[in-house]
Design a protein around this ligand. Structure first.
Ligand code: SAM
Length: 311
């Protein structure tokens, strides 16, 4: 498996030479994330792409021709699903033709949503190779590979040219990063002056109780790096980003999570369905969802949505 490489979608062909390295020199950070997001493979199962393709076939779908509605269960790895992404895009006034970098894009759902609904040209970057492979396949299968491209790299060091983006989008990623100073420096370098930063993030709440694990971003403390809203805002200010509109959306996120935990509990009774997050995370996903619900309800975590401007 490669650690850092260019995607293989058509627009990736316009990018510089692929950068590859061996798994043996993968940093600890990347290794911990792989162990979390690609756990079933570590347990000897098929690759994520193969599992998902088989699941679409089992659900009576052609995995090479899919609708955005059919993949929403596996390409929105954040609270609030597509509504949360639409809300953030509206808050940031994303305009047609805007060049947007989706940092920690996962399987690429927000990249496709920005391309399909807001007319943006999106580059998604993720450190988890299995997610980049799925993102490329899903963009091809939904006919959006001309407006989205994907790259497997660490957000702290992205092989992309200065000032290449009008917007940077980051959704449920910073809590996976032990140190974000280098990432913020990259965002500053890659954004045009006056460019927009759009964040939808999990931050620490006021409760002194420890986080109940596992949650969707971490099975253990190695991959959970929550910081408070105040600390995140201070880091952003030091990094050269001025707030435009920032809001705590924990209440609506909790209502959404409660509804989904109820549905996940009823999953068996409702019969065969389209692929969902359990295919990515394994059977533990229902427990992760309940723990996230309880962590939100007890103010151990909060959800922040906001827009900042590069000074
Ligand atoms: C909870 S998922 C969210 C994925 C996507 N943003 C979404 O909302 O559907 C967090 C993602 O951040 C990625 N990630 C974490 N640290 C990263 C880093 N240093 N560089 C690039 N991606 C990273 C993980 O691989 C994972 O795909």
């Amino acid at each position: 498996m490669t650690f850092a490489r260019w995607g293989t979608s058509p627009c990736a062909a316009r990018l510089p030479t692929p950068c590859t390295s061996q798994e043996s020199i993968m940093p600890d950070h990347a290794r911990h994330l792989d162990a979390h997001y690609d756990a079933p493979v570590e347990l000897g199962e098929q690759s994520l792409t193969m599992r998902l393709r088989a699941a679409f076939r089992d659900a009576g779908r052609d995995p090479d021709h899919l609708a955005l509605d059919e993949i929403a269960g596996i390409d929105q790895l954040h609270l609030g699903g597509r509504s949360a992404s639409r809300s953030l895009a509206a808050l940031g006034h994303l305009a047609p033709g805007a060049r947007v970098l989706d940092v920690g894009c996962g399987t690429g759902g927000a990249s496709r949503l920005m391309a399909a609904e807001f007319g943006c040209e999106v580059t998604g970057v993720d450190i988890t190779a299995a997610f980049v492979e799925v993102a490329e396949w899903l963009s091809r299968a939904t006919g959006l590979d001309d407006r989205t491209r994907f790259l497997c790299a660490d957000a702290a060091q992205m092989p992309l040219p200065d000032g290449a983006f009008d917007g940077i989008w980051c959704q449920h990623v910073l809590m996976n990063m032990p140190d974000i100073a280098a990432v913020l420096a990259e965002w500053h370098r890659l954004l045009v002056p006056g460019g927009t930063l759009l964040l939808h993030e999990v931050v620490a709440g006021d409760s002194p109780e420890p986080l109940v694990l596992p949650v969707p971003w971490a099975r253990s403390v190695e991959t959970s790096h929550l910081r408070s809203r105040q600390s995140l805002e201070a880091l952003l200010s030091q990094g050269g980003f001025a707030p435009v509109a920032v809001q705590d959306i924990s209440e609506s996120a909790l209502a959404w999570r409660r509804k989904h935990s109820r549905r996940e509990g009823e999953g068996e009774a409702r019969g065969p369905a389209l692929p969902g997050p359990a295919l990515i995370f394994g059977d533990v996903f229902a427990e992760m969802g309940r723990n996230l619900r309880d962590n939100l309800a007890a103010d151990r975590v909060r959800i922040l949505e906001g827009v900042w401007r590069r000074a």
